[in-house]
Each structure stands twice: as structure tokens, then as C-alpha cells.
Design a protein around this ligand. Structure first.
Ligand code: IPM
Ligand code: MG
Length: 351
């Protein structure tokens, strides 16, 4: 008998519940084919709770530590504009459970999906390793002199040596596992000199990885080169804030944020896997949103819980469905949500 994995399923708001639900059909197929099982617990948190005056607290987040992994849909309610559900739930999970890596593979599933002229799948194939617990995301900031003409808002951009070391080391490990073995640290140490610490750490840890070629670059020019010459990137390691922006830019290179998946990873502990897109309330409940990003997240989740073969099979099935054009795109309405999940599930089952 295979292993049983305890996972939490947090659908959230908008299209979140339907895309995670559909993705579970792919998980069913993977379990059957690869001989393992999951014990799934639905977590009912979402932005809607905040309309009722409820919220997700740190103690509630702590209960997630009992699961090996969380499959997450999206959080964001049109009537809750404070951003609190996103901060409490998404950033809350990342920080409270110390999921310090945000891993975002950038994959061009079909050449026609890139807006870049003359670029094909072989040219756009890199991974963003975004730091996930520090930087501008580490606190809510302060306000002072409120209501006076000198009102100020301030926030701290905080990086710690252990925080930098662990993310750079993870970046090197990702780079080492890929054929090109190339790592690019992205920072802004010319204008924000404290970021120089990242370059110091890069050179130190680089010594442990003689087989990986590494470089450091500024974020502004990296944004330009990512568009003009994406083929020069393989593994990018960067800060929380820059990683947030660059990963949406990169998402645009491969067909929009509807495509991408990400892992919020704490190696060896509870980690959370989610599509990059949000809750898209206007498509909620219609069964037309694409589950592609969530299925990609499932592939990463399976890898994390040790079902490597199954994770690779889900990834392969997704690529195959795009390659033979059974999946025609990720725009809402291109397919039914369940139809895409069924196609990928059937491809997994067929092996
Ligand atoms: C992301 C999102 C989140 C972030 C938001 C929703 C808080 O943009 O996962 O990239 O800023 O990290
Ligand atoms: Mg983002």
C-alpha cells in the first residue's frame, strides 16, 4: 500500500472553490495511477468572512501545521477592498508557517501563447525563486501625524542574513537541478545599498556550488531583458517585492497570469500551492475559469509531499494536453473548468 498524505483544500473566494474542486479530479486520477491516497480537509476561510465581521487569526493559521500541504484557490472579495483577507490569509500563511520560498516556474505551454515575436517554448523556460517572508511584506507599516498636513506613512524594508542565506541557497539548489545551472540574483543594490548584503551572501554561497554559474543584476534592467531576451534566464532568485512584480511580468510572457502556478514552500514542512491568478469574481460560479494554474500547483504539491512520480506525471499531462491542442487556452470560457480537469486526469490515467 502507498502512503496517505494529509492535505488541506482552501478554495477561498470567487473562482477559487470551483478550480480547486476540478483539480481534485486530477488528484483522484494520480492517486489511482500511482498508488497513494490523500486525506483531504476543506478549510472554509475566505474574504466573505470579513463581511460578517469575522477574520482569520494567527491561531487559526497555526492549525494548518498539521497538514503536509495546502491546495489553495484564491482569496479576494469584491466587497472587501481593504486587502485584509489577502494579507491575513495569503501573506499570513506564508509568514506564520514560515514558507520562505515562493517558487514560480515560467513555462510556455504553446508557442502561440507568448506575445513576444519570434520566441518559442525553448526561449522562455525559467524559474523565479521569490523570497516569501521578508522585505516590505514583513510588516503593515505605520502612520503618524494622522489628519495633519505632515501626515506620514512608513514601512520597513527588512532583510536578515539568515533570510537571505536560506533563499539564496535554495536558489542555487534549484539552479543545480536544471540543465543550464545558471542563477541570477535580482536586486537594486545601486539605489538601495542595504541590498548589497545579498551580493555578499551570493558570493559566499556560490563557493558551495562550483557547478552553478551565477551573476547579479538590477531589477529595472532585468525587467527589460526579460522581455527582450528571456532566453538568458534560467533561475532567478529575488526579494519578496521584486519577485511579486517580476513574476507577473513573466506570467505575461507565457499567456497571462491564468497559466502560472506557484509553491509557497518550507522544505520538509507544511507548504501551500496556488495558481498565480486571483479570485476573478466576475467568472465565479459559471464553471468557465481555467483550472490550469491550479493543476500546475497540484503537480508541485505532489512533488513536495514526496509523490515525485505523480507530480511529474501531472506536469507532463498538462504539457501534453497543450501540445496536442486539446487545451486551447486559459481565457475564461475557452473550455469548461471541469472539461480541462477531465482531460488532464484522463491523460494522467493513461500514463
Ligand atoms: C501574489 C499576490 C499576493 C502577493 C497578494 C494577493 C497579496 O500578488 O501571490 O503574487 O503580493 O504576494
Ligand atoms: Mg503577485
Amino acid at each position: 500500500m502507498g502512503n496517505t498524505h494529509k492535505i488541506a483544500v482552501l478554495g477561498g473566494d470567487g473562482i477559487g472553490p470551483e478550480i480547486t474542486e476540478a483539480t481534485l479530479a486530477v488528484l483522484d486520477a494520480a492517486e489511482k495511477k500511482y498508488g497513494f491516497t490523500t486525506q483531504r480537509t476543506a478549510i472554509p476561510w475566505n474574504g466573505g468572512m470579513y463581511l460578517r465581521g469575522e477574520s482569520v487569526t494567527g491561531e487559526m493559521l497555526d492549525t494548518l501545521a498539521q497538514y503536509e500541504a495546502i491546495l489553495f484557490g484564491a482569496v479576494g472579495h469584491p466587497e472587501v477592498t481593504s486587502g485584509r483577507p489577502e494579507r491575513d490569509i495569503i501573506i499570513g500563511m506564508r509568514r506564520r508557517l514560515d514558507m520562505y520560498v515562493n517558487l514560480r516556474p515560467i513555462v510556455l505551454y504553446q508557442d502561440a501563447m507568448t506575445p513576444l515575436k519570434g520566441k518559442a517554448a525553448k526561449d522562455i523556460d525559467f524559474v523565479i525563486v521569490r523570497e516569501n517572508t521578508e522585505d516590505l511584506y514583513a510588516n503593515d507599516g505605520w502612520r503618524r501625524f494622522e489628519g495633519t498636513p505632515r501626515e506620514e506613512v512608513l514601512t520597513e524594508q527588512r532583510f536578515t542574513r539568515p533570510g537571505i542565506e536560506r533563499i539564496i541557497r535554495y536558489g542555487f539548489e534549484v539552479a543545480r537541478s536544471r540543465p543550464r545551472k545558471k542563477l541570477t540574483l535580482v536586486d537594486k543594490s545601486n539605489a538601495v545599498p542595504v541590498m548589497g548584503l545579498m551580493r555578499t551572501v551570493l558570493a559566499e554561497i556560490g563557493k558551495e556550488f562550483p557547478d552553478v554559474q551565477y551573476e547579479a543584476a538590477y531589477v529595472d534592467v532585468t525587467a527589460m531583458w526579460m522581455v527582450l531576451k528571456p532566453e538568458q534566464y534560467d533561475t532567478i532568485v529575488t526579494t519578496n517585492m521584486f519577485g511579486d512584480i517580476l513574476s507577473d511580468l513573466a506570467g505575461g510572457l507565457v499567456g497571462g497570469i491564468g497559466v502560472g502556478a506557484s509553491g509557497n514552500i518550507r522544505p520538509g514542512a507544511t507548504s501551500m500551492f496556488e495558481p498565480i491568478h486571483g479570485s476573478a469574481p466576475k467568472y465565479a460560479g459559471q464553471g468557465v475559469a481555467s483550472p490550469v494554474g491550479t493543476i500546475g500547483a497540484l503537480a508541485m504539491l505532489l512533488d513536495h509531499v514526496g509523490e515525485r512520480e505523480a507530480g511529474a506525471a501531472v506536469d507532463r499531462a498538462l504539457r501534453r494536453c497543450f501540445a496536442d491542442k486539446r487545451i486551447k487556452g486559459v481565457e475564461a470560457g475557452t473550455h469548461r473548468t471541469s472539461e480541462v480537469a477531465q482531460m488532464v486526469a484522463a491523460t494522467v490515467a493513461a500514463g
